[in-house]
Design a protein around this ligand. Structure first.
Ligand code: NAD
Length: 486
């Protein structure tokens, strides 16, 4: 079927699964939409149970050799995958915008970020640690790969969050099967297809499918680990299902990140930073600032500056060069976000900006919306809307704002903004979150550990801690004196 993005060198219009190094069309297909137009742009296979079994069998067979390929060769291949992605970056940027909705600047950030991730993770290793070395005994602690990894990916950063799993899994010596979100499968299917010649068959496979495929993967006897990014609710299903085979799991889940703004900020300067902290990627961002606590002394002026800045931001089809924020990525999410608009309106909260959805719009668009000081227990403050509707809240007392910021089941990220760096750091260290950014936000690195506290996740991605999650610990002891040797 024809797709509406421009077809360039290296990316053709067929989207296939990759199983054991071969392209597989599958028997059933599902539609993929452009969220800016609601038009069907492509069809992808829906993997069957037998497709999964074949991919797992191939991945198991490939594991024996792949895990014994010298580390330096595996690292070189992972870096080469990054080079291949870079060579096709323009294609992926266009495709990502078309299937996900994000504008070009964000698509560039994601694609070039993914290139950097492949290259940097390719430099990582987990050397053996000599725990004891005496004339009598040698004790070594080492890492061994797990086997077949299943990667389950969401729709907000479809490429990057797949790469966060593919790169460390391969460097550590595992084989891996990627399942993209049914809403954004195109870039991941293409990426996996495009790098097959760099890898032995079966080492890296991709299966598109629905949520059933995710369930089969988490219960599969021969998958050793699930690396999952998605919502907290689904994460709990994954954990329950993985318990049946005691799979290793990494869960990167939802968040309700607080931003705390001190009274000494420059309102004009802080407004754009707060705006992008909250609305980047159209607020479909696990680490979006989802509750902004502004000190009472500057609340009104910061709110007004934020609203003024927000009015300058262009929302539209990501394919248009002037667009800064795109649509909601998919229809179920659009309806979910709309519920928060309705709830705020029905509850009589004050909209400082926006609030009314044009339901006849061509795509799944909702306006940038700012809600003025809703109750702390409102759905908007207590839940994760995952769309561009943001509550602003007043605070006066430091202990109180820290308690309110921490009063959530989530603990993914948090930010603190202010001129008094001592106060900023003091407050930051009191926050229960995996990443606390002080006077900045959304700074990630392949060498910086990332993971959630509380119900935002289990385990971590990135850094050597993330790499270690793709390995078993193994201790080898050698008694040089006693034993079978006469
Ligand atoms: P989701 O949980 O609905 O889906 C995520 C993936 O899980 C998809 O591939 C989906 O097909 C699959 N899935 C669905 N049901 C499954 C099941 N029962 N078993 C196994 N797999 C199943 O999440 P989403 O809507 O795609 O993504 C948005 C959510 O992801 C938000 O909550 C957001 O905060 C979170 N997120 C977290 C991070 C992080 O790093 N912590 C990053 C991005 C997004």
């Amino acid at each position: 079927m024809t797709v509406e993005y421009s077809v360039r060198v290296g990316i053709d219009a067929d989207f296939v699964m990759t199983i054991n190094g071969a392209s597989v069309a599958g028997t059933n297909v599902s539609d993929v939409f452009n969220p800016a137009t609601r038009a069907v742009i492509a069809q992808v296979p829906v993997a069957s149970r037998s497709d999964l079994d074949q991919a797992v069998d191939a991945a198991r067979a490939a594991f024996t050799n792949w895990s014994s390929v010298p580390l330096s060769e595996r690292q070189a291949i992972v870096a080469a995958i990054g080079d291949r992605l870079e060579a096709h970056a323009e294609d992926f940027i266009a495709l990502l915008t078309t299937e996900q909705g994000k504008p070009r600047a964000m698509a560039e950030w994601e694609v070039y970020g993914s290139v950097a991730w492949f290259r940097e993770i390719a430099k990582q290793s987990l050397p053996e640690e000599v725990v004891e070395d005496t004339p009598e005994r040698r004790v070594v602690s080492r890492h061994t790969p797990l086997g077949v990894v299943g990667a389950i990916v969401p729709w907000n950063f479809p490429i990057l969050l797949a790469v966060w799993k593919i790169a460390p899994a391969l460097v550590a010596g595992n084989t891996i099967i990627v399942k993209p979100s049914p809403f954004t499968p195109l870039c991941d299917l293409k990426l996996v297809e495009l790098v097959q010649d760099l890898l032995p068959p079966g080492v890296l496979s991709a299966l598109s499918g629905d949520d059933e495929l995710g369930k089969w993967m988490t219960a599969h006897d021969s998958i050793a680990k699930i690396a999952f990014t998605g919502s907290t609710d689904t994460g709990k299903h994954v954990m329950r299902s993985a318990a049946g085979t005691l799979k290793r799991i990494t869960l990167e889940l939802g968040g309700n990140d607080p931003a705390i703004v001190l009274g000494d900020v420059d309102p004009k300067k802080i407004a754009p930073q707060l705006f992008w902290a909250a609305f980047q990627n159209n607020a479909q961002f696990c680490n979006a600032a989802k509750r902004v606590y502004i000190h009472d002394s500057v609340y009104d002026v910061v709110r007004d500056e934020l609203v003024a800045y927000a009015r300058t931001v262009v929302v539209g089809n990501g394919a248009n060069p002037e667009t800064q924020l795109g649509p909601i990525q998919n229809e179920p999410q659009y309806h979910k976000v709309a519920e928060y608009f309705d709830d705020c309106a029905e509850s009589g909260y004050t909209f400082a900006l926006g609030g009314s959805i044009d339901r006849a719009a061509e795509g799944w668009f909702v306006p940038v919306t700012i809600v003025d000081n809703p109750p702390e227990d409102s759905r908007l403050v207590a839940e994760e809307p995952f769309g561009p509707i943001l509550p602003l809240l007043r605070w006066t007392d430091e202990d109180d704002v820290v308690a309110r910021a921490n009063d959530t089941l989530w603990g993914l990220g948090a930010t603190v903004w202010g001129a008094d760096l001592e106060a900023v750091e003091r407050i930051g260290k009191r926050l229960e979150a995996g990443t606390v950014w002080l006077n900045e936000v959304h700074q990630y690195s392949p060498h910086q550990v990332f993971g959630g506290h509380k119900q935002s996740g289990i385990g971590a991605e990135n850094s050597l801690h993330g790499l270690a999650e793709y390995t078993n610990h193994q201790t080898i002891t050698l008694n040089k004196v006693t034993g079978a040797v006469s």
